[in-house]
Design a binder for this molecule. Structure first.
Ligand code: AHM
Ligand code: MG
Length: 310
């Protein structure tokens, strides 16, 4: 019998000192919000919630109706549970201060917005710290994502490895299906939006991608970070969203995209870097700051760094 999420947390508590009852409550609240989001995603075409919400977010990006709905569901759950002192979301400009101390949550309610309307995998990403959102990623107490794909999966780390749960629609529970996710040391796949090649600011990166092609790598790029990182975690290889002429610090946001994903990748045995520094060592300066992202198997990321610094 597979272990349900809450039962897993209660057992993990014995090995993970920082996993107290408040953190368990908070994680349960996030997970219950994602179940609600998964329900909406599954029926999106029937509920008139596809398409644009007709506005742009703080970052000038078009907001989809489902982005907005997922954001509201998460915010509501987090505000009501009383365990989150500060909340930051991709969809809101300032952080929400609920109380002076406690857990902070940064999230991307629905990552991969461009894939919503075409029924391709999207996801929710979350990152949890204590007392302040503006701490380096290495101090995360928990991070994870839920991928709304052919099956809905929760992948999470509490700082002691990476585990995966698959949603069982019959029982309504996330059940432990991947007790120990380990990234292969080396893979066969690279993942990057190669249409931007001419705009990348690094010649070394172009040479690295050419090198991988020569080594018979294949390209997979969904355009949902959650899906591209999920594949990388399970199969190895490398995922890159670099700086380019338009996005001089890359596109992905540190607090709720780069940092939690880097935490998972490192916890699974991989590496996460901007090309200049370890992503988890960056002390955030801004809630929505962007960073270049190079994450994946040890072998490919180290090789990439060699090309970048040649
Ligand atoms: P979003 O949070 O608005 O969906 O944007 C982030 C997404 C990532 O999921 C993905 O890796 C990236 O944007 C894709 O960007 P592009 O279409 O430029 O390749
Ligand atoms: Mg996103």
């Amino acid at each position: 019998m597979a272990v349900p999420f809450t039962a897993y947390l209660l057992t993990a508590k014995e090995e993970i000192p920082h996993l107290d009852d408040d953190l368990i409550l908070l994680l349960n609240e996030i997970v219950s919000a994602t179940k609600e989001i998964a329900g909406k995603v599954r029926k999106a075409g029937l509920l008139s919630i596809l398409g644009s919400a007709g506005k742009t977010n703080v970052q000038g990006e078009e907001v989809q109706k489902l982005d907005e709905l997922a954001n509201e569901i998460l915010l509501e759950n987090l505000k009501n549970c009383g365990k989150a002192c500060q909340i930051a979301s991709e969809e809101i400009e300032d952080c929400l201060v609920v109380s002076e101390s406690g857990y902070t949550v940064a999230f991307d309610p629905l990552d991969g917005s461009s894939n919503i309307d075409v029924n391709v995998s999207i996801g929710t990403i979350f990152s949890i710290h204590k007392d302040s959102l503006m701490k380096p990623g290495r101090e995360q107490l928990a991070a994870g994502y839920v991928i709304y794909g052919p099956s809905t999966m929760l992948v999470m780390s509490l700082g002691k490895g990476v585990v995966g749960f698959t949603f069982d629609p019959e029982s309504g529970n996330f059940l432990l299906s991947h007790p120990e996710i380990k990234l292969p040391e080396k893979g066969k796949i690279y993942s990057i939006n190669e249409a931007n090649r001419d705009k990348w600011t690094s010649e070394g990166l172009r040479k690295f991608i050419d090198y991988l092609k020569g080594e018979k790598y294949t390209l997979r790029y969904v355009g949902s970070m959650v899906a591209d990182v999920h594949r990388t975690l399970l199969k190895g290889g490398i995922f890159v969203y670099p700086a380019d002429k338009k996005n001089t610090n890359g596109k992905l946001r540190l607090l709720y995209e780069a940092s939690p994903m880097s935490f998972l990748i490192e916890q699974a045995g991989g590496i996460g870097t901007t090309g200049r520094e370890r992503i988890l060592d960056i002390v955030p300066e801004d809630l929505h700051q962007r960073v270049p992202v190079i994450i994946g198997s040890k072998w490919e990321v180290e090789k990439c760094l060699e090309f970048l610094h040649f």
